[in-house]
Design a protein around this ligand. Structure first.
Ligand code: KG4
Ligand code: ZN
Length: 354
């Protein structure tokens, strides 16, 4: 089975061709990602209108490149998968409309993929991870702990009540004048900093749920920075180290709780899987290994290029869905908000009303 995957939910324009064998194993034939970072850098974050326009300009070329690199034609495809949400509406419309046009013209099934599920299923493409597993998804837009029981069967165990972790890194970098995207820059500064110099809160720690709240941490950091301003290079490094340590402590506490909830509600996880740009952070990665080990499971960390937004994960999620006969109609509407548990909720509603 050969699937084209299209990704335009945020600031990456991406397309890929992935093959799925009868056995269920996947192989990436091409994976083309165009990052818009330079177009948003001056604003310190993603500007939705700029993102949508950039997707329009780039998507056709990116798809053509993905097909060429895979030595694949439209005729040879078995389906067209696209991230239909959650994400920025402008980008979703560009991706979904393009996918529908290809599906219609070439008579191929359309598979509307949930972007979060695409992140979740990546570990099955890279490591053939069996269900159920626990997913820690931490990017610029999302921070969630999920129990993944099957295709289209995810349970949300926890998530952020305000900022995503990547967003908190980005805002910290912006406050300290470091640039965008902030995560890698804060991590670099933290290496030469003292993580114990500034006392920052560990929001939500110790609570009996697996939720996050990061906006208070960001405010606390700003207040500490104001106290010592003007900032020397060492102050900046110490602030970064103290911030990163607080995040690491919070991730450890929240994930331990998430894994405990997983055991109570789902059973024994086959793995702790990480996804999203934040998983590239070495200090966080170390803690993920530790938490997985403590919970008697293993950490599955797909390569960084497959942890951040890409078309291969969308194509793969499409392949998994198509293999189960799940396709979508051409009037599928983009879903800027699309919680993973929506299908389960809909079922409950039907049962309650029926
Ligand atoms: O998954 P991703 O590439 O894109 C989306 O947000 O969808 O994640 C990007 C986010 C940014 O907020 C970035 O600052 C953060 O991941 N990030 C990091 C690191 N590398 C990227 N955060 C902390 N440490 C890093 N090394
Ligand atoms: Zn993403």
């Amino acid at each position: 089975m050969m699937i084209l995957g299209i990704e335009t939910t945020c600031d990456e324009t991406a397309a890929a061709v992935v093959e799925r064998a009868e056995s269920g194993r996947g192989r990436i034939l091409s994976n083309v990602v165009l990052s818009q970072i330079s177009e948003h850098a001056a604003f310190g974050g993603v500007v939705p209108e700029i993102a949508a326009r950039a997707h329009v300009e780039a998507l056709d070329h990116i798809i053509a490149k993905a097909l060429a690199e895979a030595k694949c034609t439209y005729a040879a495809l078995d389906g067209v998968a696209v991230s239909a949400g959650p994400g920025l509406i402008g980008g979703l419309i560009v991706g979904l409309t393009t996918a529908k046009a290809i599906a219609l013209v070439h008579g191929k099934p359309l598979i509307a993929v949930n972007h979060l599920e695409a992140h979740a299923l990546t570990a099955r493409l890279t490591d053939a991870t069996d269900f159920p597993f626990c997913l820690f998804l931490a990017s610029g837009g999302h921070t969630q702990i999920l129990g993944v029981r099957g295709v289209g069967d995810c349970v949300r165990l926890g998530g952020t009540l305000d900022d995503a972790i990547g967003e908190a890194f980005d805002k910290t970098a912006k406050l300290l004048g470091l640039g965008y995207p902030g995560g890698p820059l804060v991590e670099k500064e933290a290496i030469s900093g003292d993580p114990a110099r500034f006392s920052l809160p560990r929001p939500m720690s110790g609570r009996h749920d697996a939720d996050f709240s990061l906006s208070g941490l960001k405010t606390a950091l700003r207040l500490e920075a104001e106290k010592v301003a003007p900032l020397s290079d060492q102050d900046v490094a110490d602030l970064c180290a103290s911030f990163q340590q607080a995040v690491v402590d919070v991730v450890m506490d929240r994930l331990r709780m998430g894994l405990r909830m997983f055991r109570e509600r789902i059973g024994t996880p086959n793995a702790l899987v990480c996804a999203g740009g934040v998983a590239a952070n070495q200090a966080i990665r170390k803690i993920l290994h530790r938490v997985a080990f403590e919970a008697g499971t293993q950490l599955v960390a797909p390569p960084p290029a497959l942890c951040t937004d890409n078309g291969a994960m969308v194509a793969w999620a499409g392949a998994e869905r198509l293999a189960l006969g799940r396709v979508d109609s051409l009037d599928f509407a983009p879903r800027p908000r699309w919680p993973l548990e929506e299908a389960a909720k809909a079922k409950t509603t039907t049962m309650a009303s029926g």
